[in-house]
Design a protein around this ligand. Sequence first.
Ligand SMILES: Nc1ncnc2c1ncn2[C@@H]1O[C@H](COP(=O)(O)OP(=O)(O)OP(=O)(O)O)[C@@H](O)[C@H]1O
Ligand SMILES: [Mg+2]
Length: 360
Amino acid sequence: MTDAVLRPHAEQAFAAELALLAEHDERPRPPGWKLSPRAVTTYLLGGELPGGAEITPKYIGPRRLMEVAVATLATDRALLLLGVPGTAKTWVAEHLAAAVSGDSTLLVQGTAGTAEEAVRYGWNYARLLAEGPSTAALVESPLVRAMRRGAVARVEELTRMPTDVQDTLITILSEKTLPVPELNTEVQARRGFTVIATANDRDRGVNELSSALRRRFNTVVLPLPETAEAEVEIVARRVGQLGAALELPEAPAGLAEIRRVVTVFRELRSGTSADGRTKLKTPSGTLSTAEAISVVTGGLALAAHFGDGVLRPADVAAGIVGAVVQDPSADAVAWQEYLETVVRERPEWNDFYRACRDLS
Ligand SMILES: Nc1ncnc2c1ncn2[C@@H]1O[C@H](COP(=O)(O)OP(=O)(O)OP(=O)(O)O)[C@@H](O)[C@H]1O
Ligand SMILES: [Mg+2]
């Protein structure tokens, strides 16, 4: 049934792994949880089960961070995943919800236009006018549904929501209840209910997270990959999965090409060449791991459909330049400088240099 779905939810895509983990899980599960905290961590970080079955890693990074995140969910505090763009905050939140509750779809997307109704409840106006306030006329938010079911609710981009809307969460998180004064009643959360929110470091200025709300969250900061090797592994793994999902014709994802994309991004992000010798201008874009994944996936599509099936420098060049040059003046200067002082000096990058030159 999910065959034709463009992007299945984590609990669908990894249903087999989740079932295996549940089968081998002998540790105690917190109330409302589908798996023990230990099994949730194995689901996230990957590992081998007693029968020899393999669980693929979803998150690649420090184990301790995931342990802290999972342990937080087992307490009465909510979890806030914080980090620069593209550090897998959304990805980790989805997989956590899938592993803990078996459902990652109870989601509220934070935007500047998010209204209180999206966090609490709204009304079906036709019914409201016909019948007056009634339970049947109430339209519950995903958060309220999570409270009723004792499941994980997700709030994406928390700090993009106006502060007063954010504050609606305070009662829910501290009292675990939501009053519905119109019906003279309340919704009390069942055990297992908790919230995973994500927020972007760079958005901090948009709307501050109120300190009252911040105190209700345990914050876990997701870092950029520490080493180039780790970042290459993340990109290679995700590109493989995405390529399979998009049914791109078999095109071997050349590891050398992936390594080059990652190197370019890391050098420009940090403002120095890998050998530490050349100082570089940093472009305005984030050049995150997520963007490296898009560049390589785009390159694979080019190679598969228009090339000879092998990922070549020309297939990634346009994607790289597109990611780097966001602002046509300053970024273009930074890129030209990088091209001439770093790329050009590397003999083994000759064909890549030419592919980039041909673009301008
Ligand atoms: N450490 C990592 N381990 C596994 N996958 C990663 C890692 N870092 C990034 N990714 C991949 O990057 C992609 C983008 O991640 P995601 O959308 O979750 O980022 P985000 O932190 O929510 O970004 P934004 O702030 O823009 O919303 C995902 O496909 C994810 O698999
Ligand atoms: Mg996100």
